[in-house]
Design a protein around this ligand. Structure first.
Ligand SMILES: N[C@@H](CCC(=O)N[C@@H](CS)C(=O)NCC(=O)O)C(=O)O
Length: 338
């Protein structure tokens, strides 16, 4: 088991070294389309709607980048990836970036040779159980069968948690969230464990969400964010600062409702630099002066994107929590636009 994981990592790292030679920003511009890796479907984060149009919190990052670089938020080819296939897709060049509930870890950065360009959701791993199981703490799960998505951080966290608490479990390995949902609802596993946001998103699609509970334990740190290949610095900058533009826009009070007015010039120099009425930040990125304005216009600032896709007014119902701005006691903190 250990050996195959190790060999998998080497193969992916080898591919990354080869593909990183090309400048992705030039490829994307020449192609006129962004190839963005997303999940195979997790409503609220990335999933096609009834018209086949991809929607969600991670999808919004892809569309913002496409708007910044190509001037068109619809110029995106969404490439579904599983926990297992996502890294090969990025390393091989099949996708230009990955925006898929992916945790920034040491080994993915250093060993697999990717570059995380920020964090769009601070998360942690949780457990969902049917209420009827009558369990109120993950520590009471001794002997449980647990649905667990392969190729994810959640596999190792699960093993660590059970070992540390001296309890045992039987893993039921699954490949996609859809499969997990199906197995869990069919009773093939007592528990589903993954990122808490993913559990909330999955539960929201159940016929009777109220029959299922999330246990209080959060057993890991899962900082989720977009990533590119190592060594692809210009492209990494574009993705990093597009995400930062959405976050800064919220902090600076730039919204989809007032952005046109603000783009005419304000008395806040940072807003002016962000929206391109002062300075040359867009040019430094290899883009034009309106890049950030276009990115923000797609779905609004970070807070608007959050509220529309996964926030408390949606069936998923996530509170801002750690994902509030630093000015509101959260962890979101975009570096300065200067
Ligand atoms: N954040 C963890 C877990 C990511 C993960 O695969 N999450 C699942 C459940 S939230 C998911 O996004 N599934 C969507 C799919 O199967 O395509 C990681 O990076 O390994």
């Amino acid at each position: 088991m250990k050996k195959s994981v190790f060999l998998g990592a080497v193969t992916v790292a080898g591919l990354a070294a080869g593909a990183a030679a090309a400048a992705t920003i030039d490829d994307v511009k020449a192609r006129g389309k962004l190839n963005c890796g997303v999940t195979t479907g997790l409503v609220g984060f990335a999933a096609p709607d009834s018209n086949g149009e991809w929607k969600g919190f991670d999808v919004a990052v892809c569309r913002a980048v496409a708007a910044a670089v190509l001037g068109d938020p619809t110029a995106v080819e969404f490439v579904p990836t599983t926990g297992k296939t996502r890294f090969t897709a990025l390393a091989s060049g099949e996708i230009d970036m990955l925006a898929r509930n992916t945790t920034w870890t040491f080994s993915r950065d250093v060993d697999l040779k990717f570059e995380f360009t920020g964090i769009n959701y601070y998360d942690g791993q949780g457990f969902m159980i049917p209420k009827s199981l009558g369990v109120s703490s993950a520590k009471e799960l001794d002997g449980a069968t647990v649905c667990i998505q392969t190729g994810t951080t959640t596999e190792l966290n699960l093993a660590d948690f059970f070992r540390a608490n001296n309890i045992s479990y039987e893993p039921v390995p699954i490949e996609t969230n859809a499969e997990a949902q199906q197995q869990y609802l069919a009773g093939a596993c007592d528990v589903y464990t993954t990122d808490a946001s993913g559990l909330a998103a999955t539960r929201a699609t159940f016929e009777n969400p109220g029959d299922h509970v999330l246990l209080p334990e959060i057993i890991s740190k899962e900082p989720l964010g977009p990533l590119v290949r190592h060594g692809d610095h210009e492209w990494g900058d574009v993705v990093r600062w597009t995400l930062n533009a959405l976050i800064a826009a919220e902090e600076l009070g730039v919204t989809s409702a007032n952005i046109d007015e603000m783009a005419a010039g304000t008395n806040n120099p940072e807003v002016n630099r962000l929206l391109g009425t002062e300075g040359t930040l867009g040019e430094m990125l290899g883009l034009d002066k309106d890049w950030a304005m276009r990115a923000i216009k797609v779905g609004g600032n970070y807070g608007e994107v959050f509220a529309r896709n996964i926030g408390e007014e949606t069936p998923i119902g996530l509170a801002r929590g750690l994902n509030a701005q630093w000015t509101d006691g959260g962890l979101l903190y975009a570096p300065p636009f200067r």
